[in-house]
Design a protein around this ligand. Structure first.
Ligand code: EPZ
Length: 426
């Protein structure tokens, strides 16, 4: 638990330019993919966040040597000779499960602790396992540890995912690249981070086509054909969307740099539907608002649908918009906890199963609140920027998992926000 809280003074606005960091949800998998090459890969534009620290620990436990220089990571896997990832690490970050596919690709076996759920849902991995079994992997569970082995090696096949799971697509991809024969992944996740991973795998010698669409083809190559590479992580579309929501909330203009606007088409459409002006360039997006925010309805869906990771930020916009909005969360089973915290600040929200009905209010009041997940935490800080009075956000360790220098970036946009030791804040 963090020994600090974030204190933000309200009745403020955000305006200016912010450079987004590399995508957390890509960089973590790019690090795991480096296990498929024998030697040192360099990954650029890696955000300085705690989840990256944990993934570094996971890889070092396997025998990798990792050196960070600014936003670049050098991952040397030449000494990797272990295939175990213990519960103590997986329980810190469930994304550690992303080493399952590459470890099986590298060793033909893996011992990875089963990840637990988290605040937003059970986070099952059944689709990862069914898909890998189709490739010839056999699993036993030994006291909470997944024991994977491939008695007849990895063999290419046709896999259809029941749901376009991001993690399952990634684990399948990282095993299929060194399978014997060709693999077709149908109903694959289409998130931009999948394409980023495929681009790195191809730079390492893989033969992946169709990444970023729901049909991915992988022509397997021998493990010996895979080699280290140098790769730059794409910009973090969720961090970008978070700052754009901040600009929409207070009027802006706020411009985010280092992001492909094509990654945020649905969010941009919804910002415009809520009364914002949005301009885009090759690697930037600017949002501003002259009139009131107006209500809109949102369905979270796999990409290119509205991203679940922006649901809390847009619930905040709806909370102070004219009219009533309905947000339906279709991806996770328990991702409305943010609403309870926002209601403590005066929002008028009714939750009914997967639907949230948000009646816009004239304004919010600052209050002590708690982060329930990293996106909710980031949205609570934004709420504090416009609320009347002071807001104290607790459990900011969630925010530090996925936002590099969030307080610094907000301060440079004009927010009166600071990290304060919890003891001093009493
Ligand atoms: C990734 O999680 C992201 N995390 C999440 O971001 C993001 O919300 C999610 O994709 C959806 O876009 C990382 O990339 C580290 P899924 P992942 O597999 O891979 C169910 C953030 O805020 N499911 O697409 O776990 C699952 O329970 C985080 O940065 C199964 O039932 O997402 C969930 O309800 C939060 N069985 C839904 O599918 C499976 O085998 C989507 O999960 C796999 C998934």
């Amino acid at each position: 638990m963090s020994s600090e809280i974030i204190v933000v003074k309200g009745n403020n606005t955000l305006a200016g330019d912010v450079n987004v960091s590399g995508a957390k949800n890509s960089a973590l998998k790019l690090m795991a993919a480096s296990l498929l090459g024998q030697g040192a890969s360099t990954i650029h534009n890696v955000p300085v966040i705690s989840d990256i620290e944990i993934m570094s620990e996971v890889l070092e436990r396997l025998g990798a040597v990792i050196e960070r220089s600014g936003h670049s990571l050098r991952v040397d896997t030449s000494q990797v000779d272990r295939c175990e990832t213990p519960y103590e690490l997986v329980s810190k970050m469930r994304a550690s499960i992303s080493v399952l596919g590459p470890l099986i690709g590298r060793f033909g076996k893996a011992h990875v602790a089963m990840p637990g759920g988290c605040q937003i849902g059970a986070r099952k991995i059944d689709m990862h396992l069914v898909g890998l079994e189709a490739l010839g992997v056999e699993f036993d569970v030994d006291h909470g540890v997944l024991v994977a082995h491939t008695p007849n090696g990895l063999r290419g096949t046709h896999v259809m995912l029941e749901f376009p799971s991001v993690g399952a697509t990634e684990n399948l991809l990282m095993a299929a690249v060194v399978a014997e024969g060709t693999t077709f992944i149908e109903n694959a996740a289409c998130e931009p981070e999948i394409e980023d991973l495929a681009n790195m795998l191809n730079a390492m010698g893989a033969q992946v086509t169709g990444a970023g669409t729901s049909q991915i083809e992988v022509v397997g190559v021998p493990l010996s054909a895979m080699h280290p590479c140098e790769h730059t992580t794409v910009g973090d579309r969720i961090e970008a969307g978070t700052f754009l929501a901040g600009g929409a909330l207070t009027g802006g203009p706020v411009a985010v740099h280092g992001i492909d606007p094509a990654y945020l088409r649905m969010a941009i459409m919804k910002l415009r539907a809520m009364g914002c002006a949005v301009e885009t360039g090759a690697d930037w997006i600017r949002v501003s608002r002259a009139g009131d925010l107006t209500c809109t309805d949102i369905q979270t869906l796999p990409h290119p649908g509205f991203p679940t990771d922006l649901q809390a930020q847009f619930m905040l916009l709806a909370a102070v918009a004219e009219g009533t909005s309905v947000i339906t969360e279709n991806v996770f089973e328990n991702r409305f906890m943010f609403a309870a915290e926002l209601m403590r600040m005066g929002a008028d929200i009714t939750i009914d199963d997967h639907h949230a009905l948000i009646r816009g209010v004239a304004g919010l009041q600052g209050a002590p609140v708690s982060s329930t997940d990293l996106r909710a935490g980031a949205a609570l800080v934004l709420a504090g920027v416009v609320a009347d009075g002071e807001t104290r956000v607790h459990h900011i360790e969630h925010i530090d998992r996925g936002y590099e220098d969030y307080v610094g970036k907000l301060s440079r946009l004009g927010a009166d926000v600071a990290r304060v030791s919890a003891a001093d804040a009493r």
